[in-house]
Ligand binder design. Structure first.
Ligand code: ARG
Length: 585
C-alpha cells in the first residue's frame, strides 16, 4: 500500500510538471510531516526552493502548484501559508477507505519489496573460549531485529555468526587443555570443562609465566594450521564447548543464526594476499604484507598500512574479513552485506571496505555497510561491570532481568488480589524480563551509548517493553470482549472516523509501512520502537475519549476495528523487534 506521503509526492511532481514544464520532473517536492498539527499533516517547502531558478515569488509559485495539484481524493483543499509553504490535511474519508482496504490482511498494508535481494547480516559473532559479553548482546539483538525486518519485507536474509574461532590464542588453549584434561581427547563423550572463562584465564596465566608452555603453544598453532588431526580435535572440543554456551543464550532470546566462523575462510586467505599482490596493491613493510591506506594517516602524517599477512606468515582479522567479503559476494550472491558490531570496529571496517573497493571486489550493485552501536554502561556511566569489577556474564544478566520481572509481577498480583499458577508466573516473568532487555536496547538510537538499568527497563510506564506488552494485552482484551468476527468484515465503509482522537489514531496506523521502511533503509530499529510507542499513546487517547463497546452502530464496529488494528500492529511490530506478546500479564 502506498503511504500518503508517497502518493502526495507523486501528485506534487505531476503538478510541478503541469505548472512549469517537464524540466521539473525530477524535482524533490520537499514534502515532510508537518512540524505542528495546526498546519495540517504534511508541508511542502518546494515553492521557496524554486524561487531562484524560476525567478518568481515563492507565494506565486505555491499558488501555481496548488492550482495544478490534484489531491482532492486524499486531502482537504491545500493551504498556502507564510512565505509560500503548502500545507496539506488528510481527509478522514481517505483514511477510512485506506483502513477498510487492509482490514482483512495479515500484513496490515506493508507490501513486500518488488525486488527482493539476498542480504547478509553478520551479527552476534562472539569469540570461542571467551565469554559472550554485553557488546555481543547488543549485536545479537540489533542484528536479529534488522534480519527480521528485512525478511518480513521479503528479502532473502543470510544470518551469519562470524565467530572468532581461529587465531593464535588457540595454541595456548589447546596446550592447556592437554595439560589439564589429558583424558579429554580420548573420551568419546563431550568434554565439560565448566567455566570457559576461568579456563581461558588459567591458560593465559600458564602462557605468561612458563616459557616451555609458551613454546609448546606456538607449536600447537603451527600444528593447528597444518591440520594435524589430534590438534584439530582439541580445537573442535573447545569450539563445541563454547557453542553450547552460546546456544543457551540464543535459545533464551529466540535467535536464529548460522555459524560460519573465521576458520571457515582459512582456505581462501592465501588467494586474498596473492590477488592483492597481482593487482599491485601489496607492499612489504617490516616483513609484513600490507596495503597502504588512503585517508588513514599515522602520527607522522604518512599513510597507515593495513596488514594482511604478518611477518611470520600468519593472517589476521582483516585478511579474514576480506576473504569473507569476497565469499559473500561471489558464492552467496549477496547484494547487501550488513555488519553489526560496536563503534570501536568502525575503522577496521572502513579499512577493509576501502581495500576491497580498490581491489575491485565490490561490484557497483553491492552495498556493504557497517552498522555500529555504542556502549552499554553501568548506572555510574562507565562500561557495565559487576560489583566485583568483572565483565557481566550475559547469562547472569538475563537471569537477573527475569528474576526482577518475576518479583515485580508477584507484587502486582498481590496488590490486585489475583492468584495465578506458578507456570503462568514463570512464563510472564520470562517474556517480560527478556523483552525488557531487548526493548531497552532497541529503543535507543543504536549509535549512542545507554545506561543499563533494570528499574527503568522493567517500568510499566514509559517507552519500555512492559508498557508495550501491557498495551497489547489491554487492547486485545477490548477487541476480544467486543466479540467481533473480523473474518466477516469485507472491504467497504466499515471504518467511520469522527472524533479527533480516532482520526489521529487512524493516521498513525497508516504510517506502519513508513516506520518499517525507515528501519529497512536506515537500519535504525528505534524508529519502529518509537512508532509503536506513539501508537500505544494514540490508542490510549482514543480510548479515553471514545466509547467503544457502548457506542452505537456504525461506530461500535468501526471502533472495535481500530482496537483490533492497534493490537495486530503491536503484535507484528513487537515480533519484528524479536519480542513475543502475551495474552494476559
Ligand atoms: N568476533 C568479533 C568480536 O567479538 C566480531 C566479528 C564481527 N564480524 C566480522 N565480520 N568482523 O569483536
Amino acid at each position: 500500500m502506498k503511504t500518503p506521503i508517497i502518493l502526495l509526492k507523486e501528485r506534487f511532481l505531476q503538478a510541478l510538471v503541469a505548472a512549469f514544464g517537464q524540466e521539473l520532473a525530477a524535482t524533490d517536492p520537499l514534502l515532510v510531516p508537518a512540524s505542528n498539527p495546526k498546519f495540517g499533516d504534511y508541508q511542502s517547502n518546494v515553492a521557496m526552493s524554486l524561487a531562484k531558478p524560476l525567478k518568481q515569488k515563492p507565494r506565486d509559485i505555491a499558488q501555481k502548484i496548488v492550482d495544478h495539484l490534484n489531491v482532492s481524493d486524499i486531502c482537504q483543499t491545500p493551504e498556502i501559508a507564510g512565505p509560500g509553504f503548502i500545507n496539506l490535511m488528510i481527509k478522514p474519508s481517505y483514511l477510512e477507505a485506506q483502513l477498510s482496504s487492509i482490514v482483512g490482511f495479515a500484513r496490515l498494508g506493508v507490501d513486500r519489496v518488488e525486488n527482493p535481494q539476498k542480504i547478509v547480516v553478520d551479527f552476534s559473532s562472539p569469540n570461542i573460549a571467551k565469554e559472550m559479553h554485553v557488546g555481543h548482546l547488543r549485536s545479537t539483538i540489533i542484528g536479529d531485529c534488522i534480519a527480521r525486518i528485512l525478511e518480513f519485507r521479503g528479502h532473502e536474509v543470510i544470518r551469519l555468526n562470524h565467530v572468532g574461532d581461529w587465531g593464535t590464542q588457540f595454541g595456548m588453549l589447546i596446550t592447556y587443555l592437554r595439560e589439564a584434561y589429558p583424558e579429554a581427547l580420548t573420551k568419546a563423550d563431550a568434554l565439560d570443562i565448566g567455566d570457559l572463562v576461568a579456563f581461558y584465564k588459567k591458560a593465559k596465566q600458564r602462557f605468561d609465566e612458563d616459557e616451555a608452555f609458551c613454546e609448546i603453544s606456538r607449536q600447537a598453532v603451527v600444528q593447528l594450521q597444518a591440520g594435524d588431526p589430534e590438534t584439530i580435535q582439541a580445537w573442535k572440543l573447545l569450539c563445541d564447548q563454547s557453542r553450547r554456551e552460546f546456544q543457551v543464550i540464543y535459545d533464551l532470546l529466540d535467535i536464529k543464526v548460522t555459524e560460519r566462523g573465521e576458520s571457515f575462510y582459512n582456505p581462501f586467505l592465501p588467494a586474498v594476499v596473492a590477488d592483492l599482490d597481482n593487482l599491485g596493491l601489496l607492499q612489504e613493510d617490516q616483513g609484513a604484507q600490507c596495503v597502504f591506506l588512503e585517508g588513514f594517516m599515522n602520527k607522522e602524517g604518512n599513510p597507515q598500512p593495513l596488514i594482511v599477512q604478518k611477518s611470520n606468515g600468519g593472517y589476521n582479522y582483516a585478511t579474514t574479513d576480506l576473504a569473507a567479503l569476497r565469499y559473500r559476494i561471489k558464492e552467496d550472491g549477496a547484494k547487501r552485506i550488513i555488519y553489526v558490531t560496536d563503534l570501536g570496529q568502525s575503522t577496521h571496517f572502513a579499512q577493509v571496505f576501502q581495500v576491497a573497493t580498490r581491489a575491485g571486489w565490490i561490484p557497483d550493485d553491492v552495498q556493504v555497510v557497517h552498522v555500529p552501536f555504542g556502549l552499554v554502561q553501568g548506572e555510574d556511566g562507565k562500561k557495565l561491570k559487576t560489583r566485583a569489577g568483572e565483565t557481566v556474564r550475559l547469562r547472569d544478566l538475563l537471569d537477573e532481568a527475569i528474576a526482577r520481572a518475576k518479583a515485580d509481577l508477584e507484587t502486582r498480583l498481590q496488590v490486585e488480589g489475583r492468584s495465578e499458577t506458578p507456570e503462568f508466573i514463570d512464563r510472564v516473568a520470562q517474556v517480560v524480563g527478556l523483552s525488557a532487555v531487548k526493548y531497552a536496547d532497541l529503543s535507543q538510537n543504536r549509535t549512542s551509548s545507554y545506561i543499563f538499568s533494570y528499574d527503568k527497563m522493567l517500568a510499566l510506564q514509559g517507552n519500555t517493553a512492559p508498557y508495550m506488552l501491557y498495551a497489547y494485552v489491554r487492547v486485545q482484551g477490548i477487541s476480544r470482549k467486543g466479540d467481533i468476527d473480523f473474518g466477516h468484515l469485507g472491504v467497504g465503509e466499515q471504518i467511520i472516523l469522527k472524533e479527533e482522537t480516532e482520526i489521529a489514531l487512524a493516521k498513525h496506523i497508516l504510517l506502519l509501512s513508513e516506520a518499517i521502511a525507515a528501519v529497512e533503509t536506515e537500519l535504525l530499529p528505534n524508529r519502529l520502537c518509537q512508532y509503536l510507542f506513539e501508537l500505544s499513546q494514540k490508542f490510549n487517547q482514543f480510548y479515553d475519549r471514545c466509547p467503544v463497546l457502548q457506542a452505537e452502530e456504525p461506530f461500535h464496529t468501526s471502533r472495535l476495528l481500530l482496537c483490533d488494528f492497534t493490537a495486530r500492529i503491536l503484535k507484528l511490530g513487537l515480533n519484528l523487534l524479536g519480542i513475543e506478546v502475551l495474552d494476559r500479564m
